[in-house]
Design a protein around this ligand. Structure first.
Ligand SMILES: [Zn+2]
Length: 288
């Protein structure tokens, strides 16, 4: 079985080092979230697929109606931080504050307890072991922030497992649902979402999917939004990765969700026999 997740953020929430606007400027940019979310929701309804939405807290604050809409349609909501900041660029205190703020906003608007987290850009790395303790202290029991191998924003080197496992820190434990990848010439391809999904032809995605017992997918509203603007100042390669294949992405997604069985995180979690999964121990500092 596979998990469908959507990261709720706007077209200008691209992660890049300096070209991307500051949070102070976000409010001045025209939002595309309503149009883009509707395209996604139509695909989900057509294929009758449950999904988990990792929502940026800032988005929930700005557009509470989208959170309410997602909840009223019966989908699960989860946290993607408040200001969409990379975890390894924050101090533990800043990370704690950002996570807490997002959870408070999401619980207040959505009326659901928030127990799942995804780091923007999968940015929990070996440099931020404290992140798991902070998540647990804020009521998070499930995480989907780990990306096996190297990538532009972090990545968790040496992660060979491609199925859920338990992270046991010095103080807490968290159920981890890593992003699934396939090795292509030694490079981990996360074919289940974002730029990789947009880039690869559907027959290849279907072929790769057949070989995987577990796929953790990750889509964004901007992946299917054909009318969005292009952020100025992006490098050529960043621009290619951000915008390639958007015209065809919705169709591909609809075929994929029809050809394979996807569900949301909570349903998948309830079907795992947790007494049998691998436990990975991480030593975390006693005092932060
Ligand atoms: Zn994101």
């Amino acid at each position: 079985m596979n998990i469908l997740t959507i990261d709720i953020e706007d077209w200008f929430h691209l992660l890049s080092d300096h070209e991307v606007p500051d949070p102070e400027k976000w409010a001045m940019l025209p939002s595309r979230i309503h149009q883009a979310l509707d395209v996604l929701l139509e695909i989900l309804q057509k294929t009758n697929t449950p999904a988990t939405f990792f929502i940026v807290g800032w988005m929930a604050e700005k557009h509470p109606d989208i959170v309410k809409k997602i909840v009223s349609l019966g989908y699960e909501i989860a946290c993607q931080g408040h200001h969409h900041r990379l975890v390894y660029t924050m101090t533990p205190e800043e990370f704690s504050q950002d996570t807490r703020q997002a959870i408070q906003v999401l619980e207040h608007i959505g009326g659901q307890k928030i127990t799942a987290y995804r780091a923007p850009g999968f940015s929990i790395t070996h440099q931020t072991p404290w992140a798991f303790d902070i998540l647990a202290e804020n009521g998070i029991t499930r995480d989907s922030s780990l990306f096996p191998g190297h990538r532009a924003h972090g990545g968790y080197h040496g992660l060979q497992t491609h199925s859920p496992f338990i992270i046991q820190t010095s103080h807490h434990s968290i159920r981890e649902f890593p992003i699934s990848t396939v090795n292509f010439l030694g490079i981990p391809l996360a074919f289940g979402g974002g730029g990789y999904f947009r880039l690869l032809p559907y027959p290849i995605i279907r072929h790769l999917s057949k070989r995987k017992p577990y796929i953790m997918s990750y889509f964004h509203p901007r992946d299917v939004d054909t009318q969005q603007g292009v952020l100025p100042g992006l490098s050529l390669s960043r621009r290619f990765r951000a915008y390639y294949g958007i015209n065809n992405c919705g169709n591909k997604m609809e075929r994929w969700l029809s050809d394979f069985h996807f569900t949301d995180l909570r349903t998948f979690e309830s079907q795992v026999n947790w007494s049998e999964v691998e436990i990975r121990t991480i030593t975390t500092p006693a005092v932060r």
